[in-house]
Write a protein that binds this ligand. Sequence first.
Ligand code: ZN
Length: 106
Amino acid sequence: MRSDLRLEDLGKSKRVDAKLMNVKIPTELSDKIDRVARELGCSKTALIIALFNEGLDAAAEQLRGMKKPKAPVVPAGKRCSVSGCERQRTAKGLCQNHYQAARRRK
Ligand SMILES: [Zn+2]
């Protein structure tokens, strides 16, 4: 079983290390996978790995160039009173972290 298997590679056999992953899927989906694997003349495992890889390729393509979303900016009036801290205040003018730190100090 190849880890870089794609749909176009099905039927060509080459072995790599593998781990067993037990996943529950609906019976109807399992039957469809069975049917497609039989039609393509490959194992269900090979088909699933190829489908995963195709899906991962498509996802990577869609995510290309995307940046991680920025953390939301807390308005000045709702920020923690500790200078330099931009987290939202939750209690006594302090954010969760600074409030807990203040409590521990008492
Ligand atoms: Zn704070």
